[in-house]
Write a protein that binds this ligand. Sequence first.
Ligand SMILES: [Zn+2]
Length: 209
Amino acid sequence: MTPRGFASRISGPDKTRLHGGRQTGTEILTDAFLLSTICKTFLSLQHQQPHIMTDKTLTIKYHEYASTAELPEADRQLLQAAVEAADGAYAPYSSFHVGAAVRLDDGTIVRGSNQENIAYPSGLCAERTALFAAAAQHPQAAGFEAIAIVGRNREGRLCAASPCGACRQVMSEYEQRQGHSMRVLCLMDGGAVRVVGSAADLLPLAFEM
Ligand SMILES: [Zn+2]
């Protein structure tokens, strides 16, 4: 069949009006044919639409050292500075002490520890304490080369401490500001050390303006 009815509907005379407001049987069939054609065309177009949603995958690469003994000397020193920094933590509520040490591009090391407060949100993580102190005390520094983070549990044993989301956001912005990456060294349970090459890897799809 050809869309003859469709053509006559568009260009032909107004037959409804010619027949006194009543449709003839032929016109009703033409309407049914027209509706059927539109539905078939719509369904056909639906099948031809390209896929809009796509799956994407993010992968990050990091190094894992079995113990601090495998680290380069400079990184061992940075991790040790973080261990010592944990001694300065004020954590009467969580009893979880965290130490962080930031190494500036010129080799200077700045330490920080978690500082809690009875009004919980008023406290601050060790990482941000160290980063803000480093930025405030060394405004002329070219940037931060690395940050090391360790935890010490209520039993006094060293343990894993991975940066929270807010600290990752701060690290990521300092990276953007300085124009080069900052490595992140985290002690893991059992004495292994995880080294991520860039703070941005810890916060994919970060907030931007
Ligand atoms: Zn944090």
